[in-house]
Write a protein that binds this ligand. Structure first.
Ligand code: NAD
Length: 340
């Protein structure tokens, strides 16, 4: 039976990346039925909103979304589609793996990190107000339930994916109550995994320096929303930038997989953008659906094609287009992987 997946091609380079990615995922032979819905600029034109109800309804039914990047119109008054999806579907865990790839220029060759970012609270709750004319206040919300839930997700992910250590990242030396509660919640959950997964914590500023100097010392990191946003971009930078960085937003009822980068409007329709991040997001989706072997094959094929350097896109110094890169990955899917 085919898996029904809600496909949101998105704006800018999104539709080309979605086409490349669905072709690669179809080539695994698993069988997908893509339920295509519009969000973003196209939906504003047809529905008067960038996030029509039918998008949420479709994901509620299929429980799985594969999404291209969406242009956020500046100053239009529309709320962000990404924030809207996260809130409507309670996608509480943002998962961003960062792994070095041969053939992608970067400072290190052996980075293999997984960032688990809390997606629903912290300063992103958006509760701000002016205090008189010359001061502003933003309220940082940290709850025990959300902190324990994200910590449990990080530990379960570590167990399921053969990882050995979880590091909780915080600033509890200064924010003793809010970050203190996050750290205490992580420690409570860590005790349940004692003897199976190692646990440690780091203060966020030290964590940034350590990641730049010794990224190989770290494995899975769990962070509140704001630190997670910043540190995951730092980790993406360590492995060659946002163009190759996949992501997932996971909840108990649904999950949405998407590249970390944006809609790169200047490359739209030119068959020039790199589909790696979206294809690797598709591989995360395969793993989520229980197809770990197929996910590994897709990741291996992408890594091989990039390492060989014969069919890479312009951002990686090649001359191959979006769709030609997907063809090379599909060709490679059948062959045993040479590069790890
Ligand atoms: P961007 O990620 O679109 O582009 C940053 C730079 O990286 C540009 O030079 C771009 O050309 C390049 N780039 C990005 N992806 C690439 C790819 N796959 N292949 C080759 N080059 C690539 O970021 P931006 O310019 O800040 O944002 C553009 C739009 O995307 C904005 O409207 C922004 O709001 C939106 N955005 C959406 C998401 C999302 O939907 N998840 C995320 C970030 C930005």
């Amino acid at each position: 039976m085919a898996h029904r997946v809600t496909l949101i091609p998105g704006d800018g380079i999104g539709p080309e990346l979605a086409e490349a990615t669905t072709r690669v995922l179809d080539a695994t032979g698993i069988g997908f039925e893509w339920e295509r819905v519009e969000a973003g600029e196209a939906a504003i034109a047809s529905h008067g909103t960038p996030l029509p109800d039918e998008v949420i309804d479709s994901i509620r039914q299929t429980r799985i979304g594969l999404k291209g990047p969406i242009t956020t119109p500046v100053g239009s008054g529309f709320r962000s589609v990404n924030v809207g999806l996260r809130q409507a579907l309670d996608l509480y865990a943002n998962l961003r793996p960062a792994r070095s790839m041969q053939g992608v220029e970067s400072r290190y060759t052996d980075v293999d990190l997984v960032i688990v970012r809390e997606n629903t609270e912290d300063l992103y709750a958006g509760i701000e107000h002016m205090v008189g004319r010359d001061a502003a206040e933003s309220i940082k919300i940290i709850t025990r339930s959300a902190s324990e839930r994200i910590a449990r997700y990080a530990f379960d992910y570590a167990v399921a994916n053969g990882r050995h250590k979880v590091t909780a990242v915080h600033k509890a030396n200064i924010m003793k109550l809010s970050d203190g509660l996050f750290l205490e919640s992580c420690r409570t959950v860590a005790a349940e995994y004692d003897g199976r997964i190692e646990f440690e914590d780091r203060i966020v500023d030290n964590m940034c320096m350590q990641l730049v100097q010794k990224p190989d010392l770290y494995d899975v990191l769990v962070l509140p929303n704001l630190y997670g946003d910043i540190v995951s971009d730092l980790a993406a930078g360590l492995v060659g930038g946002l163009g190759v960085a996949p992501g997932a937003n996971i909840g108990t009822e649904a999950a949405v997989f998407e590249p970390v980068h944006g809609s790169a409007p200047k490359y739209a329709g030119l068959d020039r953008a790199n589909p790696t991040a979206m294809i690797l997001s598709g591989a995360l989706m395969l793993r989520h659906l229980g197809y770990a072997g197929e996910a590994e094959k897709v990741e291996g094929a992408v890594r091989d094609v990039i390492a060989e350097g014969r069919a890479t896109t312009a951002d990686l110094g090649g001359t191959t287009g979006t769709s030609g890169f997907a063809d090379a990955v599909i060709d490679r899917l059948g062959a045993p992987s040479a590069v790890r």
